[in-house]
Design a protein around this ligand. Structure first.
Ligand code: FES
Length: 122
C-alpha cells in the first residue's frame, strides 16, 4: 500500500535564536529551512524560491506597497512577507502565497514548539 509518510518533528533551533525582522535559516535533513517569528507565532518555509530557486528565506522580511481606492499607494503588511533577493517576488510567510499570483506558492512546513525549542515536521 502506498501511504503518506508521517511527518516527524525535527529540532530546528531555540525560540530565542529567531530574530523578529529576518529568518533563522537552519538545515534539517539536508534541507534548508527558514524559521520566522511573526505576531501570531512561528512559521517555516522551505528556503527555495518557486520562481528560479534562490534562497528565498535569506531575503528581507518586509511589507508591500498596496493601492488604495483613492489612487494612492500605502505600505502595508509590514513584517508579514518575505521578498526574494533575486527578482523581488514577495510571498506571504504564513501561507507561502506569491502576492501577484496565488497559484504560485513557496512551500510551508508544519512547525511546533516544545518549551523553548522549535521543531519542523518533515
Ligand atoms: S528566484 Fe526568487 S524571485 Fe526569482
Amino acid at each position: 500500500m502506498r501511504g503518506s509518510a508521517v511527518a516527524e518533528p525535527h529540532f530546528a533551533c531555540n525560540v530565542d535564536d529567531v530574530p523578529i525582522d529576518a529568518a533563522k535559516v537552519v538545515k534539517i535533513k539536508s534541507l534548508s529551512v527558514g524559521i520566522f517569528k511573526l505576531s501570531d507565532g512561528f512559521h517555516a518555509l522551505l528556503n527555495i524560491c518557486p520562481h528560479r530557486g534562490a534562497a528565498l528565506c535569506e531575503g528581507p522580511v518586509c511589507g508591500t506597497t498596496r493601492a488604495t481606492d483613492d489612487q494612492e499607494f500605502v505600505y502595508d503588511r509590514a513584517g508579514e512577507l518575505i521578498r526574494c533577493a533575486w527578482h523581488g517576488w514577495e510571498f506571504d510567510i504564513r501561507s507561502g502565497e506569491f502576492l501577484v499570483d496565488s497559484r504560485i506558492r513557496a512551500r510551508t512546513l508544519p512547525i511546533s514548539l516544545d518549551g523553548e525549542k522549535v521543531f519542523v515536521h518533515l
